[in-house]
Design a protein around this ligand. Structure first.
Ligand code: TYM
Length: 334
C-alpha cells in the first residue's frame, strides 16, 4: 500500500468493447495495476440511464468483466467489481447530487449529445445526473488518478469540483482526482468517419473495431478504412485524419514511433500498411477473444471473482461513507 490509487469504470452497454475503449482506457488499466493501487468497475448503474433490456444487461455485465480479465486485469493485483454490487455508489450519488447545481449539470456536453439523440423530453433524470454518479464512483475510493479517454475530461472536471466543494463545506474528506489521459490514444476515431470518435453509438458498424470481432471482420474493416488520395503514409491531423488515426493505432499496438512507421512505408500506397495494421490488431485481439470465451464458459467462477471484488470495494467505500455521513450530520447506517 502507500502507492497512488487509480480508479476507472466502463459501461456494459454493448456486446463487446471497441478499439477506442481498449487503447484509450483498458490498456492503461492493465499497465497501472503494476505500479498503482488499482480499482476498476463495470458501471452497470450508468448503463441503465438509457432504455435497456435486463437480460441483455446481465449478459453484457459478465461479458464486460470477462473481456477485462482477458485483456490482462488480474483480480489478484487489482480490485475488479460491478458497481451495483456496492450500494455505497448510489448513496454517495445522492449526497453529491445535493451539492451539484442544476445549471452545472446542465452544462455537461455528453448529456446534451445523448439527450439530443432521443429527444430531450425522453431523457431520464438518471441520464442527467450521470456525471454525479461518476463523481461518486471516483471519490468513494479516494482515487488520485483516473485513466480515461478524452471524452471523459469534462466529467472528471466535475468530480474535482464536487470534491473541492464538499471538502470546503463539510471539512477535508475527499482526495481531488486528476485525469490520467494519454494524448496519443485519447481519441481514437471512427474508421469510416475520422472526424468523429469511435463510439458504440456510431451509425455504421464498419467504422468500429470490436474487441470480440472475428479476425476476418477486423481485417476487412481496416482494409476499407477511409483514407485520402495522396497514398503517402504520414501523419497530418488536418489533411489526413484517416491515415493519422491508423498511424496512431499502429504506433500504440507496435510500440514504434509514428515517424518510424511512416518512414518504413513512405509513398508505397496504403495497401501494405493496412494489411500489416490488420495483422497487428488481430494479433492483439484474437487471444483476448479466445480468453473471453473461456472465462464466459464458467459464469459461476466469474460471478465469484466479481463478488469477491465487490466485497473488497465495499470495505473501502463503506469507510468513506461512514466519514461522509458524519460530516453531513447523518447518523451511522443502521
Ligand atoms: P465508456 O464506457 O463510454 O468508455 C470506457 C472508456 O473508454 C474510453 N473511450 C475512448 N478512448 C479513446 N478513444 C475512443 N474513441 C474512446 N471511446 C471511449 C472512455 O473515455 C472511457 O475511459 N462515463 C464513463 C464510465 C465511468 C467512469 C466512472 C470512468 C463511470 N464512472 C468513473 C472513470 C471513472 C463512460 O461512459 O465510459
Amino acid at each position: 500500500m502507500g502507492s497512488r490509487r487509480v480508479f476507472s469504470g466502463i459501461q456494459p452497454t454493448a456486446d463487446s468493447f471497441h478499439l477506442g475503449n481498449y487503447l484509450g482506457a483498458v490498456r492503461q488499466w492493465v499497465d497501472l495495476q503494476e505500479t498503482r493501487d488499482a480499482i476498476y468497475c463495470v458501471v452497470d448503474l450508468h448503463a441503465i440511464t438509457v432504455p435497456y433490456d435486463p437480460a441483455a444487461l446481465r449478459r453484457r455485465t459478465r461479458v464486460a468483466a470477462a473481456q477485462l480479465i482477458a485483456a490482462g486485469l488480474d483480480p489478484e493485483r487489482c480490485i475488479l467489481f460491478v458497481q451495483s454490487q456496492a450500494p455505497e455508489h448510489a448513496e454517495l450519488n445522492w449526497v453529491l447530487g445535493c451539492i451539484t447545481g442544476f445549471g452545472e449539470a446542465n452544462r455537461m456536453t455528453q448529456f446534451k449529445d445523448k439527450s439530443a439523440r432521443g429527444g430531450a423530453d425522453q431523457a431520464s433524470v438518471g441520464l442527467f445526473t450521470y456525471p454525479v454518479l461518476q463523481a461518486a464512483d471516483i471519490l468513494l475510493y479516494q482515487a488520485d488518478e483516473v485513466p480515461v479517454g478524452e471524452d471523459q475530461r469534462q466529467h472528471l472536471e466535475l468530480s474535482r469540483t464536487l470534491a473541492q466543494r464538499f471538502n470546503h463545506r463539510f471539512g477535508e474528506t475527499f482526495t481531488v482526482p486528476a485525469p490520467y489521459i494519454l494524448p496519443t490514444v485519447a481519441k481514437i476515431t471512427d474508421l469510416q468517419d475520422p472526424a468523429s470518435k469511435m463510439s458504440k453509438s456510431s451509425s455504421s458498424p464498419q467504422g468500429i473495431i470490436d474487441l470480440l470481432d472475428e479476425p476476418d471482420a477486423i481485417r476487412r474493416k481496416i482494409n476499407r478504412a477511409v483514407t485520402d488520395a495522396e497514398s503517402v503514409v504520414r501523419a497530418d491531423e488536418v489533411a489526413k485524419p484517416g491515415v493519422t488515426n491508423l498511424l496512431r493505432i499502429y504506433s500504440a499496438l507496435s510500440g514504434q514511433k509514428i515517424e518510424e512507421i511512416s518512414a518504413a512505408y513512405g509513398d508505397s500506397g496504403y495497401g501494405k500498411f493496412k494489411k500489416d495494421l490488420g495483422e497487428l490488431v488481430v494479433g492483439t485481439f484474437a487471444p483476448i477473444r479466445e480468453r473471453t470465451a473461456k472465462i464466459l464458459g464458467d459464469p459461476a467462477a466469474l460471478d465469484a471473482v466479481l463478488l469477491d471484488g465487490g466485497r473488497r470495494a465495499r470495505e473501502i467505500a463503506g469507510g468513506t461513507m461512514a466519514v461522509v455521513r458524519d460530516r453531513c450530520g447523518l447518523p451511522p447506517a443502521a
